[in-house]
Design a protein around this ligand. Structure first.
Ligand code: 13P
Ligand code: SF4
Length: 309
């Protein structure tokens, strides 16, 4: 164990802190984290933790969800500039304008949105539960889905529900995981199963075996009888997949699928924010109170449908 890891373990205990990390984080963060998961599992964990301090290793909107759910805890992010460009593709003003063009709209906000945008929405979803969340909406209202057009079009197809979809996208999935990469990877590894994230383009999705969130991918590969997998999502997940399944092999669909923002957090920054209590996430009360409901509604529906405790 190196010095920084030892120090961090000591600090966590002394300060009653936990480290939550998204699967796209760097290996050094995976290894120190108390919990590594997808955005839904991280939201659930953030809701349950007993610690006084949460160091959230992910991008800003994820840490913000932890702060929305835990007004009495301190939530710190190692790098305050770790943003999600897709979340920045919709603002409160743009959403209000979009809503004004629809009849009695119900807004489904992918969690990759700011707290202020969530506060203007009716219910949140993640890529794990988006189909179930949309199906839970009573008919008669126009559904607005923000901000990911690729997840939106996938959900529309799977749920059979008509939606007005915002034209946002994830640069990492949309621009760097392309159909030609999937075709090449399939040719090179004909026995591999191909798993991709629903943030990928529809042309990519149509070429693959399974479409799933990162959390479901982690669970699926354990159960599958396949020994090789081509993974179409941000490549940080490969570290966890191999660590949890040392006898299976994982290949990135694209070597370019890297989210630069997810890589901004480092161990040194985790230590720095803990020692200096820096980069505290603060959500103004009026926004926090409104954003809490769509997040909680999502957690409740997922709990009912999947028996989550
Ligand atoms: P997950 O919900 O699968 O963790 O995805 C979050 C994300 O940002 C994907 O790019
Ligand atoms: Fe946002 Fe894409 Fe990075 Fe996920 S991978 S945090 S959607 S930019």
């Amino acid at each position: 164990m190196n010095g920084t890891v030892r120090e961090l373990n000591y600090l966590k205990k002394e300060m009653n802190a936990v480290i939550l990390a998204h699967v796209y984080q760097q290996p050094e963060i995976h290894d120190i984290a108390d919990f590594v998961g997808d955005s839904l599992d991280l939201s659930r964990k953030a809701f349950q933790v007993k610690a006084d301090i949460i160091v959230f290793c992910g991008v800003y909107f994820m840490a913000e969800i932890a702060a929305i759910l835990n007004p009495n805890k301190k939530v710190l992010i190692p790098d305050i500039n770790a943003n999600c460009p897709m979340a920045d593709m919709i603002t409160v003003e743009k959403l209000r304008e979009f809503k004004s063009q629809c009849k009695n709209p119900v807004v489904v906000a992918y969690v990759n949105t700011s707290a202020a945008v969530k506060a203007e929405s009716d219910i949140c979803c993640t890529s794990s539960n988006a189909v179930d969340i949309v199906k839970s909406i009573k008919s008669g209202r126009e559904i607005i889905f923000i901000p990911d057009r690729n997840l939106g079009s996938y959900v529309q197809k799977k749920s059979g529900m008509e939606m007005q979809i915002w034209n946002g996208f994830c640069p990492t999935h949309n621009n760097f995981i392309l159909p030609e990469y999937i075709l090449k990877a399939r040719k090179e590894r004909p026995y591999a199963e191909v798993l991709v994230h629903p943030e990928c383009r529809p042309e990519v999705i149509s070429l693959t075996d399974h479409i799933m969130s990162t959390g479901i991918m982690c669970r699926y590969v354990k159960e599958s009888s396949a020994k090789e997998f081509i993974i179409g999502t941000e490549n940080g997940i490969l570290y966890k997949l191999k660590k949890d399944n040392p006898n299976k092999n994982f290949y990135p669909a694209s070597p370019l699928a890297i989210c630069p923002n997810m890589k901004k957090n480092t161990l040194a920054k985790v230590k720095d924010v803990l020692i200096n209590m820096k980069n505290l996430i603060s959500v103004p009360d009026n926004i926090r109170e409104k954003a809490y409901h769509p997040v909680l509604k999502m957690l409740r529906i997922t709990q009912r449908q999947k028996g989550f405790k």
